[in-house]
Design a protein around this ligand. Structure first.
Ligand SMILES: Cc1cc2nc3c(=O)[nH]c(=O)nc-3n(C[C@H](O)[C@H](O)[C@H](O)COP(=O)(O)OP(=O)(O)OC[C@H]3O[C@@H](n4cnc5c(N)ncnc54)[C@H](O)[C@@H]3O)c2cc1C
Length: 460
């Protein structure tokens, strides 16, 4: 509970209307898109300027009050949950696109810009920003930078960190620091801006972002391939990648999800198929034609039952709607869904899929699979019910087995969602102890009073 004097100081900084303290408001900011984590903040502030962010942090630092930065609250690792109480600093009112520079192929934005709004503004200029987490309707650019988010297009174009040229960051002390710049190349000193990408709100509050852009690819084609066997589909992905073809998107959907889609919004998907692969090729019209034909050929050679090429944009949109509604389809199917985000080397995708099937059978728990196949980043969703202790214990054991399997295949415990609260207990198995120690030392230098998102990434 914050003292009334502190609340009134916060109101002086950001304005009366943008400090929230009612139970209803605090509840709204007590959870994210994870299923099991929740904690009430003592206050929520919604600053509109960098200067306000700086003053809020200065005040919090002097009074040793935890501050949890928050964007759209769509995180899947518990990062924006104020697990130690204190202040939630939500950036959604800092939502201006400050500049789109067509010649420099860059854009400068405030952190609260919703990704979809940014994409729409860029499309009008014929420009393209590839990182496309499937929460694009609600996630903010600040949140995607803090998580180093990925998405389907990252298969060909790379993840968020490959697009961050410069950052303005407010440190726990209130100091406003500028990092990087607007040039596509910058070799001045250590890559400190990159340190903040994926730092999950623990090192500073990101208040301005300069992003690298690409011209919109002139042509795109989408298709899906139908498989009777999930493992065969996994092998098809490896075969395509090994052939030298680089699709812009390769997404995997299993039989559980195919049936669920057809139950919720029938689209004519084959409910007897065991897996679908969704593809997009992008580039010049000639390249797209050649690549899509190569993908079709390799799919058949790898054992696909059938392939379907989208004949027009409406059909392509239908294919990608399948993918973007996958989380809603899964989350509406069980009381508690544990979403995993492990990533394995691209040549181990089939082994990973097979392992998931075995774990599902062993524990008699459904684990729908969907995800970014070309990045080896397939999300197993463990369907459980937290109110049923015995079932939930089985689900937790499954999570541990999934983490262990990913590591044993040479993979990692998070491909894009971050560690947050959800994966802390496996951190020491996934990272060199010296590297964990170094992270803690960096945190200690930048935030000596541990006010910024305390309790995240590693347990305290
Ligand atoms: C339906 C659905 C689909 C998804 N698909 C994908 C996907 O394909 N790929 C993917 O990578 N993720 C995906 N996610 C996860 C999530 O959307 C991403 O992690 C996204 O980057 C979070 O953005 P946000 O604005 O909602 O951040 P929040 O959830 O609000 O915060 C996430 C983290 O960033 C920190 N943070 C937020 N803003 C700032 C800031 N300005 N400065 C410093 N730290 C900050 C928070 O403290 C927290 O640790 C999905 C989530 C959902 C619900």
């Amino acid at each position: 509970m914050l003292k009334p004097k502190l609340i009134s100081q916060l109101r002086k900084i950001v304005g009366k209307e943008t400090v929230l303290t009612s139970k209803e408001d605090l509840t709204t900011y007590s959870y994210d898109a994870t299923a099991i984590w929740t904690h009430m903040p003592d206050a929520v502030v919604l600053p509109t300027t960098t200067e306000q962010v700086s003053q809020v942090l200065k005040l919090a630092n002097e009074n040793r009050i935890p501050v949890t930065p928050r964007g759209g609250g769509s995180g899947l690792s518990g990062g924006s949950i104020p697990i130690k109480g204190g202040i939630v600093l939500c950036t959604t009112k800092m939502n201006k696109i400050l500049e789109i520079n067509k010649t420099n192929l860059s854009a400068t934005v405030e952190p609260g810009v919703v990704l979809q709004d940014f994409n729409i503004a860029l499309a009008k200029e014929g420009l393209f920003y590839p990182p496309d987490p499937q929460s694009f309707l609600s996630c903010t650019i600040g949140g995607t930078v803090a998580e180093n988010a990925g998405g389907p297009s990252c298969a060909k174009y790379g993840v968020t960190k490959q697009y961050v040229l410069g950052l303005e960051v407010v440190l726990a002390s209130g100091y406003i620091m500028n990092l990087g710049g607007v040039t596509p190349k910058n070799r001045t000193g250590y890559e400190i801006a990159t340190l903040f990408v994926g730092s999950e709100g623990t090192l500073g509050v990101i208040t301005k972002i300069v992003l690298r852009l690409l011209p919109m690819p002139p042509a795109q084609k989408s298709m899906l391939a139908i498989f009777d066997d999930m493992v065969v589909a996994g092998n098809a992905v490896s075969n395509i990648l090994a052939s030298g073809v680089m699709p812009s998107k390769v997404e995997f959907v299993d039989n559980w999800l195919i049936r669920r889609f057809e139950e919720l919004t029938p689209m004519g998907l084959p409910i007897d198929a065991n897996a679908l692969l969704l593809f997009e090729a992008s580039g010049s019209p000639e390249t797209v034609e050649t690549e899509i034909q190569q993908i079709i050929d390799i799919c058949y050679r790898s054992g696909a039952r059938e392939t379907k090429l989208a004949k027009n944009q409406a059909e392509a949109d239908k294919i990608w709607k399948t993918r973007s509604t996958a989380m809603a389809a899964v989350f509406s199917a069980a009381h508690t869904v544990l979403t995993e985000d492990v990533a394995v080397p691209r040549d181990k995708i089939a082994q990973f899929i097979q392992g998931c099937q075995e774990i599902s059978q062993k524990y008699d728990v459904a684990i729908p699979l969907v995800g970014h196949a070309a990045d080896g980043n397939i999300h197993p969703h463990v369907l459980t019910d937290q109110r049923n202790t015995e079932h939930f214990e089985r689900a937790k054991k499954i999570m541990d087995e999934l983490f262990a399997m990913a590591l044993s295949l040479g993979g990692t415990i998070s491909g894009e969602h971050g560690i947050g609260l959800e994966k802390q207990h496996f951190l020491d198995k996934a990272m060199d102890p010296m590297a964990i120690d170094l992270m803690k030392k960096i945190k200690g230098i930048l935030d000596p009073n541990n006010i910024l998102n305390p309790g995240k990434i590693w347990a305290e």
